[in-house]
Structure formats: structure tokens, C-alpha cells
Write a protein that binds this ligand. Structure first.
Ligand code: 5PN
Ligand code: ZN
Ligand code: ZN
Length: 268
């Protein structure tokens, strides 16, 4: 059996105001943040956690975030750096459907797709203040139709090839790949802890805490559905990380991201 390998697929950057990253704390001002996806090469298959943002979508709906994305930072480009193509991915797991986590789903019509059981319905009918977060609907014919945006389906998406298996609670996606329910940021947000053969487990916090400071101060991003639930989820991550002596990886922390292995350099 081969050891599990974890690859970070650099997906480019976005610009946020500091008050969005640190709700009610700031300081304000421009902060450039990374966006990335995670490929888990496992004996049971290749699992892709999230698919980054789509540059054209972001320019159309969130141009004020001044996205940057080179060809190597698109999903096909980032996979190519590893000698892979989208068709080599067996399973796509979306931690939630904010635009910066599902923009590349369109490249995986063939893959099994999994998300929290309530997350697609929320994208179909979001709270008013969630509309911009759930703006890229190209991951789901159901969501695009529900929001009157079927015209944005451009990659031959069908109901069949955009149907998700719904999950809930904590569960193992593959042996040693633990999906941890961390709602609050969205209705069905997931974090992920990956066991390694010869090293500490990796805790992929995802958007439960954009940065190390978010987790350490229990201060979440301004983008959230239920902030009290968000704090409970951050406490859950801290307790699990401590219990398992896990190494923490944050979703949108530029300082931390600059120390992460990317491209063909993997964790095992
Ligand atoms: C990076 C970013 N920008 C906007 C939104 C939003 O409206 O909900 C989540 C989010 C983001 O992560
Ligand atoms: Zn998010
Ligand atoms: Zn995000």
C-alpha cells in the first residue's frame, strides 16, 4: 500500500478588507489572500477537496476582489504541474459552495461528488447576505436553475453529472481522512484531518478560520451564516488538533501559505 500524499493546488489570490477577515476587529485595509484546493492521493483513490475560484466568474461578480490567477493556478493548470488531468480525479468533496471553493467543479463531470446534505439547498436559496458568497452556481444545474442562472452553465453540465451525495456529521471519507463538521461559516461547512504514515496529522481548517489569528482569537470572518455556531466549530477544531497533535493549515492565510508545499511538492 502506498502512503497517503497531500498536495496543495495553488489557485491564485483575492483581495479582502481586513474587517472581512476579522469580523468586528479589523484593522481595515487591503489584504491579499491565497485560495487553494487540496489533492489527497490515497490508496482508495484521488480525492480533491474544493476546486478554487473561477477567474472569469470572479471578475464578473467580485471584480473588487482583484483576483490574480496564472494559467498554472487554474485547476487544469495546477493538476498539470503534478502530471495529472481532471479525469484522473475520482472524488470531488466540496467543503462548502462559496465561489472560491467550487469554481473548478465544472472540470469534473465524471467524478463522484460529495458535500454536506444541506449545502446545495442553501446555495439554491441562500440568505440575502449570502448571495455574493454563493454566486458561482456552475457546480450544479439544480442551483443554477433555482437562481435563474442556467445561462452560466457552459461546460455541458447536466443534472446527472452535477448531482451530489449528501453527508452529515463527522465521518471518514477514506481510511485516515476524517471529515469534521464545522458549520457556522456556512450551513454545512466541513474541515478535514488527514493522518500521515510518518508524521503528525494535518488539520485542514478550511474556512472555519481563514488565518491562524482567526483561530487563536476565535474571531471569524464576516462571511458567515451563524457566528455562534462558527465559534463552537473553531473550539472543536482547536480541541481535535490538540488531542491529535495535528499540524494546522489555514485556508486564506498568506503568511502561512508562503510556507506550505505547493505544486509537485507534497506532504506524506
Ligand atoms: C473571499 C471571499 N469573498 C467574498 C465572500 C462572500 O461573500 O462570502 C464568502 C466570501 C469569500 O470567501
Ligand atoms: Zn467560505
Ligand atoms: Zn474561502
Amino acid at each position: 500500500m502506498t502512503d497517503t500524499k497531500v498536495y496543495f493546488l495553488d489557485g491564485g489570490t483575492l483581495l479582502l478588507d481586513g474587517y472581512h477577515i476579522y469580523w468586528n476587529q479589523g484593522p481595515g485595509g487591503d489584504v491579499r489572500i491565497p485560495a487553494y484546493s487540496v489533492l489527497i492521493e490515497h490508496a482508495e483513490g484521488r480525492f480533491l477537496i474544493d476546486t478554487g475560484f473561477d477567474y472569469d466568474h470572479t471578475m464578473k461578480y467580485l471584480a473588487f476582489e482583484k483576483p490574480t490567477q496564472t494559467p498554472e493556478q487554474t485547476i487544469p493548470g495546477a493538476l498539470k504541474l503534478l502530471g495529472l488531468e481532471p479525469k484522473d480525479i475520482d472524488v470531488v468533496f466540496n467543503t462548502h459552495f462559496h465561489f472560491d471553493h467550487c469554481g473548478g467543479n465544472k472540470h469534473f463531470p465524471h467524478a463522484r461528488k460529495i458535500c454536506h446534505k444541506d449545502e446545495v439547498a442553501q446555495a439554491c436559496n441562500p440568505e440575502v447576505f449570502e448571495h455574493l458568497g454563493y454566486s458561482d452556481l456552475s457546480f450544479s444545474v439544480e442551483a443554477a436553475e433555482a437562481r435563474g442562472r442556467s445561462d452560466e452553465l457552459t461546460h455541458g453540465q447536466t443534472r446527472e453529472n452535477t448531482t451530489f451525495e449528501g453527508v452529515e456529521g463527522d465521518f471518514e471519507l477514506a481510511k485516515g481522512v476524517h471529515m469534521i463538521a464545522t458549520p457556522g461559516h456556512t450551513i454545512g461547512h466541513y474541515s478535514c484531518m488527514v493522518e500521515r504514515a510518518n508524521d503528525r496529522p494535518m488539520m485542514l481548517v478550511l474556512d472555519a478560520a481563514y488565518t491562524r489569528r482567526n483561530l487563536e482569537t476565535l474571531c471569524q470572518a464576516s462571511f458567515h451564516l451563524d457566528p455562534a455556531e462558527g465559534v463552537r466549530s473553531m473550539r472543536k477544531i482547536r480541541e481535535l488538533a490538540e488531542k491529535h497533535d495535528a499540524e494546522l493549515f489555514f485556508s486564506h492565510d498568506m503568511e502561512a501559505f508562503q510556507t506550505y508545499r505547493t505544486g509537485p511538492n507534497f506532504y506524506s
